[in-house]
Write a protein that binds this ligand. Structure first.
Ligand SMILES: NC(=O)c1ccc[n+]([C@@H]2O[C@H](COP(=O)([O-])OP(=O)(O)OC[C@H]3O[C@@H](n4cnc5c(N)ncnc54)[C@H](O)[C@@H]3O)[C@@H](O)[C@H]2O)c1
Ligand SMILES: [Zn+2]
Ligand SMILES: [Zn+2]
Length: 388
């Protein structure tokens, strides 16, 4: 049996192709019919050829759907259950899983800590930008949702970006009443800003260059928008706030645009990148003894890096300044299971509605066009959901 799936062909090229349908491979598996799957900024690193991803990968680590087949060893799920899957694939019983670090599971990806669906170096798991998906260790990984179609646009965000934005504020140890600067108003940055609002931050600054994204931050997160193309974002924040902020979040990652470079055109221009620029701006803008959270992705190998050092993931970070200020930093993949249950319940109870970030819901067939538009950070394209 075959089904349609989004398959990586090479830099800036994905196709919707026929691939084999997934099957139960182990008694702990379920297979779900995908109802919604999302494109992520993390997919763009692969899409742009900025990782070691080989052609042929089925993309898609943000997945939800209806359980259709159930392995004999699965005890808590049955056919017809509506579930959302953390992008992490985790076993539930290793040392890291037991301690809540499901993003660093020791059993699902031999020789590496952490697994995910449809992602380079994250194990053999196929992505869910397809009609169906195999879910390993299903009892542990699947989060059950209320039946029906309600909150579909919010629940899909539990697979990654809502927990990941929340994780950014946790890594920075953000407390009620504190001020925070968030770099990046992509889906992850917007979810970090929204999480900061829910947690009761006193002041939220969000930095980006895409006006439609900054507008969402202002409207839905009560954030002060800072456009880095206008002038130095650090100076802009310090002049409004009157000095350094308590906490900072990097929701950009290694493909950061350097504000000092000349504006070319509207499309994302790799010639403008400087992988250390956001980290160094955070070191400047956060007050002495403050804390940085870095959910933005950094890689140990970047085939399209601007220089030799960056190609090996080595960045020119102002560590002297970092030390002098006594700063702290937290990094890494989000352990989605640490937060997804509680964030789901905020959605069910009407206390959170992260769906403001969703700009498009389209047929799976439209994936190639939407990858291109999202990759260009086109005005008005924020979070794209695909429906098989
Ligand atoms: N840690 C995790 O578990 C995890 C999970 C999901 C995504 N991520 C990563 O988070 C990052 C953001 O993801 P996204 O989906 O929001 O992607 P995105 O690419 O849409 O968002 C990045 C935003 O940063 C902006 N930007 C670029 N340079 C900047 C600068 N110098 N200052 C401020 N803003 C700048 C861009 O204009 C864009 O709006 C990516 O690196 C992604 O891989 C990490
Ligand atoms: Zn993602
Ligand atoms: Zn594990």
């Amino acid at each position: 049996m075959s089904m349609e799936a989004v398959v990586y062909q090479g830099p800036h090229d994905v196709d919707v192709e026929e691939v084999d349908e997934p099957e139960i491979e182990h008694p702990n598996d379920v297979v779900i019919d995908i109802t919604t799957t999302a494109i992520c900024g993390s997919d763009l690193h692969m899409y742009e050829g900025r990782t070691d991803a080989d052609p042929g990968i089925v993309f898609g680590h943000e997945n939800m759907g209806i359980v259709d087949e159930v392995g004999d060893g699965v005890t808590t799920l049955e056919e017809g259950d509506r579930v959302v899957l953390p992008f992490n694939v985790a076993c539930g019983v290793c040392k890291n899983c037991e301690n809540g670090y499901t993003g660093f599971c020791l059993n699902v990806n031999p020789g590496f800590a952490g697994g995910a669906y449809g992602y380079v170096a994250m194990g053999p798991y196929k992505g869910g930008q397809a009609e169906r998906l195999r879910v390993p260790f299903a009892d542990f990984n699947a989060l059950k949702l209320p039946e029906g179609r309600e909150h579909e646009d919010s629940f899909i965000l539990l697979a990654d970006i809502f927990p990941t934005g929340w994780h950014g504020t946790e890594l920075a140890n953000l407390q009620p009443g504190e001020s925070v600067a968030i770099f990046g108003a992509g889906p992850v940055g917007l979810m970090a800003a929204y999480s900061a609002k829910i947690k009761g931050a006193a002041e939220i600054y969000v930095v980006d260059r895409v006006d439609s994204r900054l507008e969402l931050a202002e409207k839905h997160c009560d954030a002060t928008p800072i456009n880095f193309e206008e002038s130095d974002p650090v100076e802009q924040i310090k002049s409004i706030h009157g000095g350094g902020v308590d906490k900072g979040v990097d929701a950009v990652g290694y493909q950061a645009i350097d504000p000092e470079t000349d504006v070319s055109d509207d499309a994302y221009d790799p010639a403008r990148e400087n992988p250390a620029v956001v980290l160094n701006q955070l070191i400047q803008v956060v007050r002495a003894t403050g804390q940085l959270g870095v959910p933005g992705l950094y890689v140990p190998s970047d085939p399209g890096a601007p220089d030799e050092m960056a190609a090996q993931g080595r960045l020119g970070i102002d560590f002297g300044k970092f030390f002098e200020k006594g700063l702290k930093v937290g990094t890494g993949q989000c352990n989605v299971k640490e937060y997804n249950r509680e964030l789901r319940d905020l959605i069910i109870q009407g206390r959170a509605d992260p769906s403001f970030v969703v700009s498009h819901r389209v047929d799976l067939e439209e994936a190639p066009e939407m990858y291109e538009r999202f990759d260009n950070r086109e005005e008005g394209v924020t979070k794209v959901l695909l429906e098989p």
